[in-house]
Design a protein around this ligand. Structure first.
Ligand code: KIV
Length: 281
């Protein structure tokens, strides 16, 4: 890794201590993530689905993601923030990739950017790194390439695919990537990648033989409704407990229990008397 902000991650990797990465998409979620002791924040394009209500990550624009990333950065000075290059913002040319990456650094204060895929994306990663911006690669399941629900299945379970993912990992590491996200890949394949590349492998659904783990904030905390990916472990039932709080407040309003005296602003009897008197005149 090259930038100072990423030095701590390099140290963790060198000591063999797992890097803990979590997504966040706004100031309060970023503050919760920092308070929870996480090492690095990814403002993932998963924001498309977790906070903007789109049906895939392909629909979020760079402007939308930069707005969210700026909100995260305002809440976080302590740890690195990684921006996620969204679908359509980097694939066409090295120039486009560098221009988009610069926006995440200059406008949103990111310490690095992430892009999805190997192959033709390797030169894109190399160009961004040459422009002085650290890059996190992403191999395995690539959500920006998924068009159907079935498309979210694991990758690299057949030899051909596994070989391709390993080759992409090698190429991205050789291109100078600072770290590699490996998503939804058999643990044994991740193990091979971890042994081959000399950069942190941060897994999501990729087993335990990694240099760290990343999850989506809304999955971890129980905001996500419906079927969850196999690799998600929920540590909270935020959706249910927050809905319960709203239900209680609604019931209090309807029963006229809220607001109580302690929730209202006082006025002195003298001031009130003066108001009444003026109204009468
Ligand atoms: O967008 C995202 O949240 C991601 C993680 C799943 C790694 O890319």
């Amino acid at each position: 890794m090259s930038s100072q902000a990423l030095d701590r991650l390099t140290d963790l990797y060198a000591r063999g201590e797992p890097i803990v990465m979590l997504t966040a998409y706004d100031t309060p979620s970023a503050r919760i993530v920092v308070a929870g002791g996480v090492d690095v924040i990814l403002v993932g394009d998963s924001a498309a689905m977790t906070v903007l209500g789109y049906s895939s990550t392909r629909e979020i624009s760079i402007d939308e993601l930069i707005m969210l990333t700026k909100a995260v950065r305002r809440g976080v000075t302590e740890i690195p923030v990684i921006g996620d290059l969204p679908f359509g913002s980097y694939e066409d040319s090295d120039e486009q990739a560098v221009r988009s990456a610069r926006r995440f650094v200059d406008e949103a204060g990111c310490d690095a950017v992430k892009l999805e895929g190997g192959g033709v994306m390797v030169p894109r990663a190399r160009a961004i790194i040459a422009a002085g911006i650290p890059v996190f690669g992403h191999v395995g399941l690539l959500p920006q390439s998924v068009r159907t629900r079935e498309g979210y299945r694991a990758r690299g379970r057949d030899p051909e695919q596994a070989f391709g993912i390993i080759a992409d990992s090698d190429d991205l590491a050789a291109a100078g990537c600072s770290a590699l996200i490996v998503e939804a890949v058999p643990a044994a394949v991740t193990e091979i990648i971890t042994q081959r590349v000399k950069i942190p492998v941060i897994g999501i659904g990729a087993g335990a033989d990694t240099g760290g783990q990343v999850l989506v904030y809304h999955d971890l905390l129980g905001f996500t409704q419906g079927r969850l990916a196999r690799f998600v472990k929920q540590y909270s039932t935020a959706h249910e407990s927050l809905a319960e709080a709203v239900r209680e407040w609604s019931a209090d309003v309807r029963a006229k229990r809220y607001p109580a005296v302690e929730h209202t602003y006082p006025i002195t009897p003298e001031a009130l008397a003066e108001v009444r008197q003026r109204l009468e005149n």
